[in-house]
Design a protein around this ligand. Structure first.
Ligand code: M6R
Length: 617
């Protein structure tokens, strides 16, 4: 999951490409690079380990050298390593033997080992460990005796996998080639210039028309415009759309990290999500694109997602079952894709994703589309592939989330699912409009509590609690019923930004094995529930931990005196609707984890080995 950005037009392109890449850096940031066709029609290039900041420093250090990096046709890349470590050599662009063709790539060339061996036997010399380099060497051969179009067609018959490729070559110095299979790629067009990028935000503000390249197609981009072809070599005419994407450079607004800023934006995100869905109720229902008849007869709702979005779906299961009274199941996209699939009648599948680009979720969506199952994308990015490809969509209003660890997007997903459950219940005749208004009010209250609880414990967490827990090597997180998926989400945050090992269990499973792990060196974090029956069971589980000298951190509600009395450390919340218990705890647990990670001096917004948007399998 890398990002690619290219340009062909009248202007020097380096700065624009670097700006585009920095907007897409959430997709990968372990190395970066740029290449252009210079004024003598030669390729000039620079690449480095590290993100755009390091690349800019390297470019500045090279100023005055004979390489000209000021061409008006160029390509750029930020990388999230799949094949080969992060290094200057493995950074893109990659080149053929004579450095006359440069390639940047997002995706994976699955048969690269086979191709590489074949090319090596033909005398090609490879220098990187990447899968991408084979593409440059293939072009070296294919560009020898045929047209650009034929060369592209020949290369795509040889490579397997997923790819968004940008290619420039000294053999055709006036052209930029963009090729797409599975990985997203779009053109930003005007009458005088053409951008190409993994995502529209790269060129937002530069041009306002966008062409989403269809799957298995390529574009030959010249100064006078572009031509698009399918993989049979036929000219095709994908629609030119007005781009609604705008770009505002989001600063940290005085916060030390984007994650902290985004934690504090959550109350606002809940308000925005509720207000948006309220004012767009009829439009929103239309965008869902599911008939009232189908909703009334709905047998199943399926959620599909990855990471945080999967956890939001698991919480949403409880909303759908209890409020809308529809049997609901959540699936991990990466598992769903490889299980035997039985199309279900009267079933709607909701793909949950912040980015709308996560490869596993997108492929699961495509599988469902191919089986003619109704799909809805619940996404935060309006221009994303999932929103375009699903039958219907519902947009969360989290705004741009920059920190890799998801915070406010999760909150927006949970709030949207809560309202969606009420909408479905209303169409089924189970609740009145007053119940919907009450649900909106409950969400506003939950947002207040979320923020107030951070304020209430802030000082203690910073001065005492985070320092007390930052040096533990392992944690166990427990939840039950609706607090179990929330415990999974909280555990993911601690792993992801603090690099602390966490095992997370449904509390009822303790006695089936994990109880053997309980000792004073492994704090147990237990998330309570408001349902009385579940609470009693959870209290029993807390007793089991204490009886084995375990150290207990509890997130509880104010009337839960017995549980509170057992805890070594406790965070107490006011009572809310039991289904919204996870939402009110969200901000505080994120803040707690954030403070631990800060004490451990972790790179909060960009944890090691990760990227914001996982666009490869
Ligand atoms: O963009 P998506 O919601 O589809 O992303 C799915 C996961 O990659 C994402 O939620 C990930 O788990 C978060 N970084 C966790 O904080």
């Amino acid at each position: 999951m890398c990002s690619v950005v290219g340009y062909n037009g009248p202007r020097p392109c380096r700065q624009m490409i670097l700006e585009g890449l920095s907007r897409l850096e959430y997709r990968g940031y372990d190395s970066s690079g740029f290449a252009c066709i210079d004024s003598t029609s030669k390729i000039a290039q620079v690449k480095t380990q590290g993100g755009i900041e390091q690349l800019s420093l390297k470019i500045a250090a090279q100023q005055g050298q004979k390489q000209e990096l000021n061409g008006a046709i160029g390509i750029g890349h930020t990388r999230w390593s799949t094949h080969g470590v992060s290094s200057d050599i493995n950074a893109h662009p990659h080149f053929d033997c004579h450095k006359t063709t440069a390639v940047v790539h997002n995706g994976i060339i699955e048969n690269f080992v086979f191709l590489k061996e074949k090319l090596q036997l033909l005398g090609h010399h490879f220098i990187s460990q990447t899968d991408t380099e084979v593409v440059a060497h293939l072009f070296e051969d294919e560009l020898k005796n045929q047209s650009l179009e034929k060369a592209v067609l020949s290369v795509v018959t040889k490579i397997q996998g997923a790819y968004a490729l940008l290619v420039i070559s000294e053999k055709y110095p006036d052209y930029l080639i963009a090729i797409r299979k599975s990985s997203p790629l779009c053109l930003g067009v005007s009458s005088t210039e053409t951008f190409v990028a993994s995502d529209v935000s790269a060129f937002a503000g530069q041009v306002d028309q966008v062409v989403f390249l269809p799957d298995e197609s390529f574009a030959i981009i010249s100064k006078s415009g572009y031509h698009v072809y399918n993989f049979f070599g036929e000219r095709i005419y994908p629609p030119v759309q007005k781009s609604t994407c705008t770009w505002t450079a989001e600063g940290k607004a005085g916060y030390a990290h984007y994650m902290l800023k985004e934690i504090y934006e959550q109350k606002r995100v809940i308000i925005d999500t509720v207000n948006f869905l309220r004012s767009h109720k009829s439009a929103g229902m239309q965008q869902l694109n599911v008939s009232h008849e189908l909703i009334q007869e709905l047998k199943n709702i399926h959620f599909i997602g990855c990471g945080t979005s999967w956890h939001a779906g698991m919480i949403g299961e409880y909303f759908m079952q209890e409020i809308a009274q529809v049997s609901t199941q959540s699936f991990l996209a990466s598992e769903f894709r490889y299980k035997k699939f039985f199309p279900y009648p009267r079933t709607v599948t909701i793909i949950i994703s912040q980015s709308g680009e996560t490869a596993d979720s997108l492929e699961a969506l495509r599988l469902l589309t191919a089986s003619e199952q109704p799909t809805i994308a619940l996404a935060n990015v309006a221009s994303s592939s999932m929103v375009r490809e699903a039958d219907g969509f519902l947009l969360t209003q989290a705004g741009q989330e920059i920190a890799v660890a998801s915070t406010k997007a999760f909150t927006a997903q949970v709030a949207a699912l809560y309202l969606l459950a009420h909408w479905i219940a209303y169409i089924k005749g189970l609740v009145t409009t007053q119940a919907i208004a009450r649900a909106e009010e409950e969400l506003f209250v939950a947002g207040e509590i979320l923020e107030n609880s951070i304020e209430r414990y802030k000082f203690d967490i910073i001065t005492r609690i985070a320092p007390q827990y930052a040096h533990y090597k392992n944690f166990i997180f427990l939840g039950r019923h609706i607090s179990f998926p929330f415990a999974l989400e909280a555990a993911l945050k601690l792993k992801e930004i603090a690099y602390i090992f966490v095992d997370c269990y449904p509390a009822g499973e303790l006695k089936h094995g994990p109880l053997a792990l309980i000792d004073a060196q492994t704090p147990v974090v237990l998330f309570s529930c408001l349902d009385e029956t579940i609470y009693k069971k959870l209290y029993g589980n807390a007793q089991e931990v204490k009886a084995r000298s375990g150290h207990l951190i509890v997130f509880a509600f104010e009337h839960q005196k017995d549980l509170i009395a057992l805890a070594d450390t406790v965070f107490i919340f006011p009572k809310v609707n039991p289904l919204l218990a996870p939402l009110v705890m969200t901000g505080l647990v994120q803040f707690f984890v954030y403070q631990i990670a800060t004490l451990l001096e972790r790179p909060i917004d960009r944890p090691r080995n990760l990227a914001k948007s996982v666009t490869v399998e």
